[in-house]
Write a protein that binds this ligand. Structure first.
Ligand SMILES: [Zn+2]
Length: 442
């Protein structure tokens, strides 16, 4: 590093002088910490001057032994390399590369490129002990024809009193004089000339330019991935939307969904798949989807056309409808129930629950008699007591108050209408207003 060579040239007397100066600076620093903040700043500049005349690495090693490590670097205006690495993102000054973390993550890098740091121009850059200092002339390169070209990569750090190569600091992990901060003002011209013609710097400049262009066009890898994700999401939304409409149509028309075959473009594959095939003939989205399913069938890619998905969507639609019905019921308060049981194909007793209530349709301002089917429920205990327990628990689950029940209607089965142990009697025992009316639903 530049400072190491410089340090070796100092004579014994110069070294002594330098140590004295440093001691003075340290004393000033501790005094200034208790004074007003603006005064601290002005004094810190003096301290800064004394510190920056030597190699920062040597200084850091020496200071670790001598200086209190807790001395706040921000108050003194001094940053040494170790301290730079500790700076968290909140303390990052975009125009001061010394405040950037050693490992620059992608977010910060992109942010820096999008908000390119400005080259600092001061009236008086601080001088070192040899009276040398940085000059904004270094920001320009003079060509042999006299033309001046801006060295946009060169950034001066006020806190570190050193210069950095912006491109190399951002695009490379290699540590060089101009990525860790150079304050060898005597040889700076030569250092810059060597650096800007080096292969590493040229590569990093090229990488920087490419990334900057990509960010401007919003076509970085992240942005491209995000766009792909959005396109994929949109595609699946459109496909699922069509599937939902088909399920709604079949449910409304009380048509069977599935046939004996589960495969597309086969006979007897049921109404659902046949409708999908029919839509695919006219609709570009479904056509593309069917093409994907057919070509990727062997890769086991999900296609959202299977029976599990159909059941899942039916269940979701059913939940939404039930929620809406219950909202209407809760606003109406009083209701009656119509219940019946019937065995299904597997001989399991299925309980059919229908509710009936008067609903005030506010948009049309009319009273409507609503009758809604709330689903089948399998029951094991078909005695009056068993059915009563089942229905009271089920009403509780749906947040329906059994005391608001005003009518009940069942068939003429003894377990339902029985005067002593029938369901109607059990309900009447707790709610005498739930009058029984036989066979209302038949
Ligand atoms: Zn560079």
């Amino acid at each position: 590093m530049s400072g190491i060579g410089k340090k070796s040239k100092l004579s014994g007397a110069q070294n002594k002088k330098y140590r004295l100066k440093r001691e003075e600076a340290r004393q000033k620093l501790s005094e200034n910490e208790s004074k007003e903040s603006n005064k601290i700043d002005s004094d810190s500049e003096k301290i800064d001057f004394n510190f920056k005349t030597v190699n920062p690495i040597t200084t850091a090693a020496e200071e670790n032994q001598d200086l209190n490590p807790e001395t706040p670097s921000s108050s003194s205006g001094v940053f040494i390399n170790k301290e730079i690495n500790k700076i968290d993102s909140e303390k990052i000054d975009f125009n001061d590369p010394a405040t950037w973390p050693k490992q620059i993550n992608i977010k910060l890098r992109d942010c820096l490129i999008e908000n390119d740091p400005k080259q600092l121009i001061l009236k008086d850059f601080p001088k070192n002990e040899s009276g040398r200092k940085f000059s904004d002339n270094y920001y320009y390169r003079t060509l042999s024809n006299g033309e001046k070209i801006c060295r946009s990569y060169l950034l001066y750090s006020k806190t570190h009193n050193s210069v950095f190569c912006y491109f190399c600091k951002l695009m490379s992990d290699n540590i060089t004089q101009l990525t860790s901060g150079c304050n060898d003002w005597q040889h700076l011209s030569h250092i810059i000339k060597v650096h800007e013609t080096s292969v590493g710097h040229i590569k990093n400049s090229s990488k920087y330019s490419e990334l900057r262009m990509s960010l401007k066009k919003n076509c970085t890898t992240d942005a491209m991935q995000q766009r792909l994700y959005e396109t994929e999401k949109k595609y699946w939304r459109l496909v699922v939307e069509r599937i939902i409409y088909i399920i709604q149509y079949l449910s409304r028309q009380c048509l069977a969904f599935r046939g004996s075959s589960k495969n597309l473009f086969q006979n007897d594959n049921g109404n659902f798949l046949k409708l999908i095939e029919t839509i695919g003939k006219f609709d570009p989205i479904m056509s593309e989807h069917l093409h994907c399913v057919q070509t990727s069938e062997k890769k086991n890619i999900s296609h959202y056309l299977g029976d599990q998905i159909q059941n899942e969507i039916i269940s979701i639609i059913s939940d939404v409808i039930k929620k809406k019905i219950l909202e209407m019921l809760h606003s109406s308060k009083y209701y009656s129930i119509i219940l019946d049981t019937t065995p299904d194909i597997s001989h399991t007793e299925q309980f059919t629950i229908v509710i009936r209530f008067v609903y005030h349709n506010k948009s049309r301002n009319v009273a409507e008699i609503r009758e809604h089917f709330l689903g089948f429920q399998s029951v094991t205990e078909t005695t009056g007591v068993g059915l009563f327990e089942f229905i009271s628990n089920h009403l509780k689950l749906m947040n329906i108050n059994i005391f608001d029940l005003r009518g009940q209607s069942y068939d003429n089965g003894a377990n339902m209408r029985g005067r002593h142990n029938g369901l109607q009697q059990k309900i009447l025992e707790i709610n005498s207003r739930a009058s029984f009316n036989p066979c209302a639903a038949h």
